[in-house]
Structures are given as structure tokens and as C-alpha cells.
Write a protein that binds this ligand. Structure first.
Ligand SMILES: NC(=O)c1ccc[n+]([C@@H]2O[C@H](COP(=O)([O-])OP(=O)(O)OC[C@H]3O[C@@H](n4cnc5c(N)ncnc54)[C@H](O)[C@@H]3O)[C@@H](O)[C@H]2O)c1
Ligand SMILES: [Zn+2]
Length: 358
């Protein structure tokens, strides 16, 4: 079964979701075959790059080069970005060429940034291979790299021509990475409420790689994120809700020196946000959060982190608005499906929420 979700921004693009998809066919409505460049990483490349290159060639594409970057966040750097655009130039890719990013969020963010800037912009196709990339990072157009000073500090907005999420590729994804994708799935289900929230009952099955549960939850997430992005692409308002759990989560990530995976810190960060929601808005969703996150195999506590260090790291979160006073700004839940954003939180309140998850 193939589903297409339209992301209705100024230049709309489809997200194609299915299993064992015909790649060239899936993109043919959006793009004429031409010169292609495939970017992947050292885990995904050996498993999936050959079949992608073959499918493209059979569909009339000319694959000029397949470049494999080392797997991991450290590749989302200016150095690797420079290597990639250098290889694009060396391969002779022209302005009418297309960059295919085959991988998780790292390959997607880096590849998107390369595509947005090489010759002031070439066509970009995202082929997400992690659950996180399928449900979150490949939809919405944010691309970029990290700087030594912080994550995602250099970037751009780039609309892909098409996103192809082939669920079959998840078969080789390690369990821990699958759980991390489920953290973002749970986040959006809590924000969305309604049928999507009901579908979170299938998280357990998705974790065991049940194909129907995965398809349902990927589609729910893509539809929800597409709706939020269509509403507020450049994040001047409502898109901020997608940072639910991320204020403390990002700080935990930095304080733990990136030893924890993103989904794991977001999981603990959402529990902290649930504590804050209870204190400030009077809705107790803490146990509900814990049960959902446990069903995804995620931690709900952060190992012995230092609250002071986390508070300092929160001060550096780039999502803070310049000119903000001492208060932090949080996304909290008034109820399931009723997020509020920009809620001011004092250092003391934040500290209590952090202590609750240590
Ligand atoms: N642009 C956005 O809107 C957005 C949103 C959320 C996250 N992100 C970014 O995404 C990144 C995290 O993404 P991620 O979790 O996908 O990380 P990732 O790209 O590092 O992938 C996680 C790991 O899984 C491996 N892998 C990927 N697909 C595989 C497969 N099918 N089989 C076997 N191994 C596979 C990778 O090699 C890597 O080791 C972060 O840099 C984050 O900042 C961006
Ligand atoms: Zn996230």
C-alpha cells in the first residue's frame, strides 16, 4: 500500500510512504530523471545504497557518484559539509542535478544543507532510513550542520522535491534507534490528541516491528507534522510546539556529552515537561507519559546529571529568544492534544522538574 501526504507549503512536496516502493516511480511525478548524486553514511551505504543506485539507473537516472560519510552526529560538521560540496563539484554535478540523501537525520540535514547551498540550490530528494528521519527530520525543510558552539547553528530552510519513506529500510535499523524514533512519534501523538493519540496504543507493536503499526504511526506523524509545518513553516508561532520535551532534552544531551541518543533525552525531557505541566497547569499526565515511553523501550529518567549544569546548558539553547529575561520558555500540555507554547518558567521551577527526572 502506497500513501502520499502533501506538505502544503509555498512549494508543496509529497511524502510517499509504503513498503518496497518503486523508487524511480515514486519520484517521477515530482522530477524528470537526470544527473543524480547519492549521499549516505557508513552504516546505511553498505546495506541500501546499491539498490537505490540500481533503481535510479533503471528509472533513467544517471548516478554520478555515491558518497559515504562516517555514520554519526560528528559528520554534521562544516568540515564534512565542505568535503561533500567539494565532491559535488568534482563529480561535475550541474544546477539541474539532484542530490539524494539516503540515511537518517544526519545525512538528511547535512545533505539538505549541501543541496541548498551548492550552486545556490539544486534539487533535493530525501530517502529517510531511520524512523526518526521518516516521522520528523525529513519533513519540514530544516537542514543544517552543527558548529563547535552548538547543534544546528548553521542551516537553512529547503523544500525537498519529494520524500520517499520506504518502511522496508527500517528492517536493518537497530532497536535502540527504532525506540528513538518512537519518542518523536509519542511526542506528536500527545500534541495532536484525537485518533493519533489513540493510535499510540500501537507503539508496543511498532517496537516489535509490526508492519501495520509502523505504517499507521509513520502516517499519523507525517500528516501531523505536515499540518503544523504548512501552518507555520518558518516557526514564528505554532511550529514551536514540536519542541515539546526538547528544552530540557537538548540540555541533557549537551550535559551528557552526547552519550545518550536524541530520542532518549527527549523521552526524559517530556517527563520533565509533564511535571511542569502538572505544577503550572494542573493536569497530571506524568504516569501516562511514563507508560507510553516505557512501551517504546525508552528511559524516563536521565542518569545522575547535575541540575546546575543542565540549567546552564538550557541558557544556551538557541530556541531561547534573545532579550528573554531570566525565565525559560516551555511548551507544556494543558491536556492531551492541547499544547501551549512560550510558557515562562523560572530557574527554580525548571530545577524542580529536572530533579524529578534524575
Ligand atoms: N531537520 C529537522 O527538522 C530535524 C528534526 C529532528 C532531528 N534532526 C536531526 O536528525 C539527527 C538525528 O537523526 P537520526 O536519529 O536519524 O540519526 P542518524 O542519522 O545518526 O542515524 C542513527 C544511526 O542509525 C544508522 N542507520 C540509519 N538508518 C539505518 C538503517 N536503515 N539500518 C541500519 N542503520 C541505520 C545511522 O548510520 C546512525 O548510526 C540529529 O542530527 C538531529 O539534529 C533534524
Ligand atoms: Zn527531536
Amino acid at each position: 500500500m502506497v500513501e502520499r501526504v502533501e506538505v502544503s507549503v509555498s512549494t508543496p512536496y509529497p511524502v510517499v510512504v509504503g513498503e518496497d516502493l518503486d523508487l524511480a516511480g515514486s519520484i517521477s511525478e515530482a522530477l524528470e530523471p537526470g544527473a543524480a548524486f547519492v549521499l549516505t553514511d557508513s552504516n546505511v551505504g553498505p546495506r541500501h545504497a546499491r539498490s537505490v543506485a540500481r533503481d535510479l539507473e533503471e528509472g533513467g537516472w544517471r548516478v554520478l557518484d555515491v558518497i559515504e560519510i562516517p555514520a554519526g552526529e560528528s559528520s554534521k560538521s562544516l568540515k564534512v559539509y565542505g568535503d561533500v560540496v567539494g565532491r559535488l563539484a568534482a563529480s561535475g554535478l550541474t544546477r539541474d542535478g539532484t542530490l539524494f540523501a539516503l540515511g537518517g537525520g544526519v545525512v538528511g540535514d547535512l545533505g539538505g544543507f549541501a543541496a541548498a547551498t551548492y550552486m545556490r540550490g539544486i534539487s533535493f530528494v530525501a530517502l529517510p532510513t531511520t524512523l526518526l528521519a521518516m516521522v520528523d527530520s525529513s519533513v519540514g525543510g530544516k537542514v543544517g550542520v552543527d558548529l563547535p558552539e552548538g547543534k544546528n547553528l548553521a542551516g537553512a530552510f529547503l523544500r525537498p522535491r519529494v520524500v520517499v519513506a520506504d518502511l522496508k529500510r527500517l528492517e536493518t535499523l537497530p532497536d535502540r534507534e527504532l525506540s528513538c524514533g518512537l519518542a518523536e512519534v509519542i511526542k506528536m501523538g500527545l500534541l495532536a490528541g484525537g485518533d493519533y493519540f489513540e493510535d499510540l496504543g500501537q507503539v508496543d507493536d511498532a517496537r516489535s516491528r509490526d508492519a501495520d503499526a509502523l505504517r499507521t504511526l509513520v502516517l499519523d506523524s507525517v500528516r501531523f507534522k505536515a499540518d503544523v509545518v504548512a501552518d507555520d513553516e518558518l516557526e514564528t508561532g505554532r511550529r514551536a510546539i514540536l519542541n515539546y520535551g526538547h528544552t530540557i532534552g537538548h540540555a541533557l544531551e549537551a550535559a551528557a556529552d552526547y552519550a545518550l541518543l536524541h530520542g532518549e533525552v527527549i523521552s526524559a525531557g517530556m517527563v520533565a515537561a509533564a511535571h511542569l505541566s502538572r505544577e503550572k497547569l494542573g493536569t497530571d499526565l506524568v504516569e501516562l507519559h511514563q507508560n507510553l515511553l516505557w512501551s517504546a523501550g525508552l528511559p524516563t529518567k536521565a542518569p545522575a546529571a547535575d541540575p546546575d549544569q543542565i540549567l546552564v546548558a538550557m541558557g544556551r539553547d538557541k530556541k531561547r529568544r534573545s532579550g528573554d529575561g531570566p525565565a525559560h520558555r516551555f511548551v507544556l500540555l494543558e491536556d492531551i492534544g492541547r499544547p501551549v507554547w512560550g510558557v515562562p518558567v523560572t530557574d527554580d521551577e525548571a530545577r524542580q522538574a529536572i530533579e524529578a527526572i534524575i
